[in-house]
Ligand binder design. Sequence first.
Ligand code: F6P
Length: 341
Amino acid sequence: MRVGILTGGGDCPGLNAVIRAAVRRGVSEYGFDFVGFRDGWKGPLEGLTMELGIPQVRGILPRGGTILGSSRTNPLKVEGGIERIKDNMKQLGVDALIAIGGEDTLGVATALTEAGLPAVGVPKTIDNDLNATDYTFGFDTAVTVATEAIDRLHTTAESHHRILICEVMGRHAGWIALHSGMAGGANVILIPEVPFDLDQVVDWVESRFRSHYAPIICISEGALPKGGDLVTKDGSLDAFGHVKLSGIGEWLAGQIEERTGKEARTTVLGHIQRGGTPTAFDRVLATRFGLKAIEAVKDEAWGTMVALQGTDIVRVPLQAATGTLKTVPKERYEEAMAFFG
Ligand code: F6P
Protein backbone atom coordinates (compact mmCIF):
# COMPACT_ATOMS: atom_id res chain seq x y z
CA MET A 1 0.00 0.00 0.00
CA ARG A 2 1.16 3.56 -0.74
CA VAL A 3 0.28 6.00 2.01
CA GLY A 4 0.24 9.80 1.79
CA ILE A 5 0.81 11.92 4.89
CA LEU A 6 -0.01 15.62 5.34
CA THR A 7 0.15 18.12 8.19
CA GLY A 8 -2.36 20.99 8.06
CA GLY A 9 -3.24 24.14 9.99
CA GLY A 10 -1.03 25.86 12.55
CA ASP A 11 2.09 23.81 13.22
CA CYS A 12 2.66 22.17 16.55
CA PRO A 13 5.54 20.48 18.40
CA GLY A 14 5.30 16.71 17.85
CA LEU A 15 4.20 16.66 14.20
CA ASN A 16 7.53 15.17 13.12
CA ALA A 17 7.29 12.51 15.83
CA VAL A 18 3.94 11.35 14.38
CA ILE A 19 5.34 11.23 10.83
CA ARG A 20 8.42 9.30 11.98
CA ALA A 21 6.42 6.71 13.94
CA ALA A 22 3.93 6.10 11.11
CA VAL A 23 6.69 5.72 8.52
CA ARG A 24 8.91 3.53 10.72
CA ARG A 25 6.13 1.10 11.59
CA GLY A 26 4.54 1.28 8.14
CA VAL A 27 7.76 0.35 6.35
CA SER A 28 9.19 -2.19 8.76
CA GLU A 29 6.05 -3.97 9.95
CA TYR A 30 3.58 -3.63 7.07
CA GLY A 31 5.86 -3.16 4.03
CA PHE A 32 4.06 0.09 3.03
CA ASP A 33 5.67 2.92 1.16
CA PHE A 34 4.97 6.60 1.66
CA VAL A 35 4.64 9.92 -0.06
CA GLY A 36 4.77 13.23 1.78
CA PHE A 37 2.24 15.85 0.74
CA ARG A 38 3.60 19.38 1.08
CA ASP A 39 1.93 22.22 2.95
CA GLY A 40 -1.30 20.75 4.25
CA TRP A 41 -4.21 20.28 1.84
CA LYS A 42 -2.33 22.34 -0.77
CA GLY A 43 -0.18 19.21 -1.36
CA PRO A 44 -2.88 16.78 -2.54
CA LEU A 45 -4.79 19.63 -4.19
CA GLU A 46 -1.86 20.70 -6.35
CA GLY A 47 0.07 17.42 -6.45
CA LEU A 48 2.96 18.83 -4.38
CA THR A 49 4.90 15.94 -2.88
CA MET A 50 8.22 14.99 -1.32
CA GLU A 51 9.99 11.71 -0.84
CA LEU A 52 9.12 10.12 2.49
CA GLY A 53 10.84 7.01 3.79
CA ILE A 54 13.12 5.87 6.62
CA PRO A 55 16.02 8.16 5.54
CA GLN A 56 13.76 11.25 5.56
CA VAL A 57 12.48 10.57 9.09
CA ARG A 58 15.88 9.93 10.69
CA GLY A 59 16.67 12.38 13.48
CA ILE A 60 13.36 14.26 13.34
CA LEU A 61 11.84 13.05 16.64
CA PRO A 62 12.93 16.09 18.69
CA ARG A 63 12.50 18.64 15.90
CA GLY A 64 9.71 21.20 16.14
CA GLY A 65 7.62 22.23 13.13
CA THR A 66 6.90 19.76 10.34
CA ILE A 67 9.23 18.44 7.65
CA LEU A 68 6.20 18.39 5.31
CA GLY A 69 5.32 22.08 5.74
CA SER A 70 1.83 23.27 6.61
CA SER A 71 -0.82 25.70 5.40
CA ARG A 72 -4.41 26.67 6.05
CA THR A 73 -5.47 25.83 2.47
CA ASN A 74 -9.12 24.76 2.44
CA PRO A 75 -9.89 22.49 -0.55
CA LEU A 76 -13.62 22.65 0.24
CA LYS A 77 -13.50 26.33 -0.77
CA VAL A 78 -11.83 25.51 -4.11
CA GLU A 79 -14.12 24.62 -6.99
CA GLY A 80 -13.81 20.90 -7.73
CA GLY A 81 -11.32 20.62 -4.82
CA ILE A 82 -12.37 17.14 -3.73
CA GLU A 83 -12.23 15.77 -7.30
CA ARG A 84 -8.79 17.30 -7.82
CA ILE A 85 -7.50 15.61 -4.67
CA LYS A 86 -8.97 12.27 -5.75
CA ASP A 87 -7.41 12.60 -9.24
CA ASN A 88 -4.00 13.56 -7.88
CA MET A 89 -4.02 10.65 -5.44
CA LYS A 90 -4.90 8.28 -8.26
CA GLN A 91 -2.15 9.63 -10.51
CA LEU A 92 0.42 9.36 -7.70
CA GLY A 93 -0.76 5.84 -6.87
CA VAL A 94 -1.63 6.86 -3.30
CA ASP A 95 -4.07 4.40 -1.73
CA ALA A 96 -4.66 6.08 1.63
CA LEU A 97 -4.10 9.31 3.45
CA ILE A 98 -3.11 10.20 7.02
CA ALA A 99 -4.20 13.75 7.82
CA ILE A 100 -2.57 15.26 10.91
CA GLY A 101 -4.36 18.40 11.99
CA GLY A 102 -6.82 20.27 14.12
CA GLU A 103 -10.46 21.12 13.78
CA ASP A 104 -10.15 22.52 10.23
CA THR A 105 -7.82 19.91 8.70
CA LEU A 106 -9.79 17.04 10.24
CA GLY A 107 -13.06 18.67 9.14
CA VAL A 108 -11.79 18.46 5.56
CA ALA A 109 -10.69 14.83 6.15
CA THR A 110 -14.24 14.07 7.35
CA ALA A 111 -15.74 15.55 4.16
CA LEU A 112 -13.26 13.63 2.01
CA THR A 113 -13.98 10.29 3.65
CA GLU A 114 -17.69 10.96 3.15
CA ALA A 115 -16.84 11.48 -0.54
CA GLY A 116 -15.21 8.02 -0.60
CA LEU A 117 -11.56 8.90 -0.05
CA PRO A 118 -9.70 6.52 2.29
CA ALA A 119 -8.33 8.66 5.12
CA VAL A 120 -7.57 8.49 8.83
CA GLY A 121 -6.92 11.42 11.17
CA VAL A 122 -4.45 12.33 13.90
CA PRO A 123 -5.47 15.13 16.28
CA LYS A 124 -3.03 18.00 16.67
CA THR A 125 -3.27 21.42 18.26
CA ILE A 126 -1.50 23.30 21.00
CA ASP A 127 -4.97 24.56 22.00
CA ASN A 128 -6.09 21.08 23.23
CA ASP A 129 -9.63 21.88 22.06
CA LEU A 130 -10.41 18.75 20.02
CA ASN A 131 -13.11 16.52 21.38
CA ALA A 132 -12.88 12.75 21.92
CA THR A 133 -9.23 12.88 22.95
CA ASP A 134 -8.09 13.69 26.49
CA TYR A 135 -5.06 15.58 25.16
CA THR A 136 -3.64 16.65 21.84
CA PHE A 137 0.14 16.63 21.41
CA GLY A 138 1.72 20.09 21.37
CA PHE A 139 -0.41 21.25 24.29
CA ASP A 140 2.07 20.13 26.95
CA THR A 141 4.90 21.93 25.14
CA ALA A 142 2.88 25.15 24.82
CA VAL A 143 1.95 24.99 28.51
CA THR A 144 5.59 24.38 29.47
CA VAL A 145 6.74 27.40 27.44
CA ALA A 146 3.99 29.62 28.89
CA THR A 147 4.68 28.44 32.45
CA GLU A 148 8.35 29.29 32.13
CA ALA A 149 7.39 32.73 30.83
CA ILE A 150 5.05 33.31 33.80
CA ASP A 151 7.76 32.18 36.26
CA ARG A 152 10.07 34.79 34.75
CA LEU A 153 7.41 37.49 34.79
CA HIS A 154 6.92 37.05 38.56
CA THR A 155 10.42 38.21 39.48
CA THR A 156 10.50 41.23 37.21
CA ALA A 157 6.93 42.24 38.15
CA GLU A 158 7.88 42.23 41.81
CA SER A 159 11.04 44.27 41.26
CA HIS A 160 9.00 47.00 39.58
CA HIS A 161 5.73 46.71 41.54
CA ARG A 162 3.82 46.55 38.29
CA ILE A 163 1.08 44.38 36.82
CA LEU A 164 2.33 41.99 34.17
CA ILE A 165 -0.07 40.36 31.74
CA CYS A 166 0.84 37.25 29.76
CA GLU A 167 -1.29 36.72 26.64
CA VAL A 168 -1.32 33.11 25.42
CA MET A 169 -2.98 31.35 22.48
CA GLY A 170 -6.48 29.89 22.69
CA ARG A 171 -9.14 31.13 20.35
CA HIS A 172 -12.27 29.43 21.72
CA ALA A 173 -10.77 27.37 24.53
CA GLY A 174 -8.71 28.56 27.47
CA TRP A 175 -6.77 25.36 28.15
CA ILE A 176 -3.31 26.89 27.72
CA ALA A 177 -4.17 29.86 29.97
CA LEU A 178 -5.79 27.60 32.58
CA HIS A 179 -2.90 25.13 32.80
CA SER A 180 0.00 27.57 32.49
CA GLY A 181 -1.71 30.09 34.77
CA MET A 182 -2.24 27.41 37.39
CA ALA A 183 1.27 25.94 37.01
CA GLY A 184 2.87 29.38 37.03
CA GLY A 185 0.86 30.73 39.96
CA ALA A 186 -0.81 33.55 38.04
CA ASN A 187 -3.27 35.35 40.30
CA VAL A 188 -5.83 36.04 37.59
CA ILE A 189 -6.61 33.71 34.65
CA LEU A 190 -8.99 34.89 31.93
CA ILE A 191 -10.36 32.49 29.32
CA PRO A 192 -12.75 32.70 26.33
CA GLU A 193 -15.35 30.48 28.02
CA VAL A 194 -15.97 32.93 30.89
CA PRO A 195 -16.34 36.61 29.87
CA PHE A 196 -14.64 38.67 32.58
CA ASP A 197 -15.87 41.52 34.73
CA LEU A 198 -13.34 44.38 34.57
CA ASP A 199 -14.18 45.68 38.07
CA GLN A 200 -13.59 42.21 39.48
CA VAL A 201 -10.22 41.94 37.69
CA VAL A 202 -9.23 45.33 39.13
CA ASP A 203 -10.24 44.15 42.64
CA TRP A 204 -8.05 41.05 42.26
CA VAL A 205 -5.16 43.23 41.11
CA GLU A 206 -5.53 45.61 44.07
CA SER A 207 -5.81 42.79 46.59
CA ARG A 208 -2.60 41.26 45.23
CA PHE A 209 -0.77 44.56 45.73
CA ARG A 210 -2.12 44.74 49.30
CA SER A 211 -0.42 41.40 50.03
CA HIS A 212 2.87 42.96 48.75
CA TYR A 213 3.14 40.82 45.68
CA ALA A 214 2.87 41.97 42.07
CA PRO A 215 -0.16 40.76 40.10
CA ILE A 216 0.36 38.40 37.17
CA ILE A 217 -2.58 37.93 34.80
CA CYS A 218 -2.63 35.08 32.29
CA ILE A 219 -5.15 35.74 29.50
CA SER A 220 -6.18 33.74 26.42
CA GLU A 221 -6.13 35.65 23.13
CA GLY A 222 -9.85 34.80 22.77
CA ALA A 223 -10.90 36.12 26.22
CA LEU A 224 -13.33 39.01 26.25
CA PRO A 225 -14.93 41.36 28.74
CA LYS A 226 -18.60 40.91 29.67
CA GLY A 227 -20.70 42.64 27.03
CA GLY A 228 -17.56 43.38 24.96
CA ASP A 229 -16.13 42.08 21.69
CA LEU A 230 -13.14 39.97 20.71
CA VAL A 231 -10.00 42.04 20.15
CA THR A 232 -8.61 41.16 16.72
CA LYS A 233 -5.27 41.83 15.04
CA ASP A 234 -6.51 43.63 11.93
CA GLY A 235 -9.91 42.08 11.19
CA SER A 236 -8.51 39.81 8.43
CA LEU A 237 -9.70 36.19 8.09
CA ASP A 238 -7.83 32.98 7.27
CA ALA A 239 -9.01 30.44 4.64
CA PHE A 240 -11.25 28.74 7.19
CA GLY A 241 -12.93 32.04 8.06
CA HIS A 242 -11.23 32.58 11.45
CA VAL A 243 -10.44 36.14 12.36
CA LYS A 244 -6.82 36.67 13.46
CA LEU A 245 -6.68 37.34 17.20
CA SER A 246 -4.22 39.15 19.51
CA GLY A 247 -4.48 42.42 21.37
CA ILE A 248 -6.72 41.65 24.34
CA GLY A 249 -3.70 41.74 26.69
CA GLU A 250 -2.73 45.27 25.56
CA TRP A 251 -6.34 46.40 25.86
CA LEU A 252 -6.57 45.02 29.40
CA ALA A 253 -3.30 46.68 30.45
CA GLY A 254 -4.69 50.06 29.33
CA GLN A 255 -7.93 49.53 31.25
CA ILE A 256 -6.11 48.47 34.44
CA GLU A 257 -3.72 51.43 34.29
CA GLU A 258 -6.63 53.82 33.88
CA ARG A 259 -8.50 52.36 36.84
CA THR A 260 -5.62 51.75 39.28
CA GLY A 261 -3.08 54.38 38.30
CA LYS A 262 -0.45 51.61 38.41
CA GLU A 263 1.74 50.52 35.54
CA ALA A 264 0.58 47.44 33.60
CA ARG A 265 2.53 45.80 30.75
CA THR A 266 1.73 42.93 28.43
CA THR A 267 3.84 40.11 27.00
CA VAL A 268 2.31 38.31 24.01
CA LEU A 269 3.84 34.83 23.71
CA GLY A 270 2.42 34.21 20.22
CA HIS A 271 4.19 31.66 18.05
CA ILE A 272 6.92 31.00 20.62
CA GLN A 273 4.34 28.61 22.13
CA ARG A 274 4.20 26.64 18.88
CA GLY A 275 7.89 26.53 18.02
CA GLY A 276 10.82 24.42 19.12
CA THR A 277 11.31 20.96 20.47
CA PRO A 278 8.37 19.01 21.95
CA THR A 279 8.39 17.98 25.62
CA ALA A 280 8.92 14.30 26.46
CA PHE A 281 5.16 13.94 27.08
CA ASP A 282 4.36 15.29 23.60
CA ARG A 283 7.03 13.14 21.93
CA VAL A 284 5.57 10.01 23.49
CA LEU A 285 1.95 10.94 22.74
CA ALA A 286 2.77 11.90 19.14
CA THR A 287 4.77 8.70 18.64
CA ARG A 288 1.92 6.56 20.00
CA PHE A 289 -0.55 8.41 17.73
CA GLY A 290 1.68 7.75 14.68
CA LEU A 291 1.99 4.03 15.50
CA LYS A 292 -1.80 3.70 15.90
CA ALA A 293 -2.59 5.79 12.82
CA ILE A 294 -0.64 3.48 10.53
CA GLU A 295 -2.31 0.50 12.20
CA ALA A 296 -5.68 2.11 11.38
CA VAL A 297 -4.56 2.39 7.75
CA LYS A 298 -3.56 -1.29 7.74
CA ASP A 299 -7.03 -2.14 9.12
CA GLU A 300 -8.65 0.18 6.52
CA ALA A 301 -10.48 1.98 9.34
CA TRP A 302 -11.32 4.96 7.09
CA GLY A 303 -13.06 7.92 8.67
CA THR A 304 -11.52 7.29 12.08
CA MET A 305 -9.14 9.30 14.20
CA VAL A 306 -6.70 8.12 16.85
CA ALA A 307 -7.33 9.53 20.32
CA LEU A 308 -5.98 9.39 23.86
CA GLN A 309 -8.52 8.14 26.37
CA GLY A 310 -7.06 7.65 29.82
CA THR A 311 -3.73 6.03 29.01
CA ASP A 312 -4.98 4.15 25.94
CA ILE A 313 -4.79 5.16 22.30
CA VAL A 314 -8.14 4.32 20.73
CA ARG A 315 -9.97 4.91 17.45
CA VAL A 316 -12.98 7.24 17.28
CA PRO A 317 -15.03 8.50 14.33
CA LEU A 318 -13.52 11.66 12.82
CA GLN A 319 -16.77 13.55 13.41
CA ALA A 320 -16.50 12.90 17.16
CA ALA A 321 -13.44 15.14 17.27
CA THR A 322 -14.61 18.02 15.16
CA GLY A 323 -18.39 18.20 15.70
CA THR A 324 -18.03 20.38 18.79
CA LEU A 325 -14.94 21.82 20.44
CA LYS A 326 -13.70 20.74 23.87
CA THR A 327 -13.82 23.87 25.99
CA VAL A 328 -12.82 24.37 29.64
CA PRO A 329 -15.64 23.15 31.95
CA LYS A 330 -16.91 25.60 34.57
CA GLU A 331 -15.67 23.37 37.43
CA ARG A 332 -12.11 23.39 36.11
CA TYR A 333 -12.13 27.20 35.97
CA GLU A 334 -13.60 27.40 39.46
CA GLU A 335 -10.71 25.29 40.80
CA ALA A 336 -8.24 27.86 39.48
CA MET A 337 -10.28 30.73 40.98
CA ALA A 338 -9.23 29.61 44.48
CA PHE A 339 -5.92 31.42 43.75
CA PHE A 340 -7.28 34.64 42.21
CA GLY A 341 -6.59 37.95 43.92
O1 F6P B 1 -3.25 26.33 16.30
C1 F6P B 1 -4.29 27.14 16.75
C2 F6P B 1 -3.76 28.46 17.10
O2 F6P B 1 -2.72 28.21 17.97
C3 F6P B 1 -4.77 29.43 17.74
O3 F6P B 1 -4.76 29.46 19.13
C4 F6P B 1 -4.31 30.76 17.18
O4 F6P B 1 -5.38 31.68 17.13
C5 F6P B 1 -3.85 30.39 15.83
O5 F6P B 1 -3.28 29.11 15.96
C6 F6P B 1 -2.87 31.37 15.23
O6 F6P B 1 -2.24 30.77 14.15
P1 F6P B 1 -1.61 31.54 12.91
O7 F6P B 1 -0.93 32.75 13.46
O8 F6P B 1 -0.67 30.55 12.33
O9 F6P B 1 -2.73 31.88 12.00
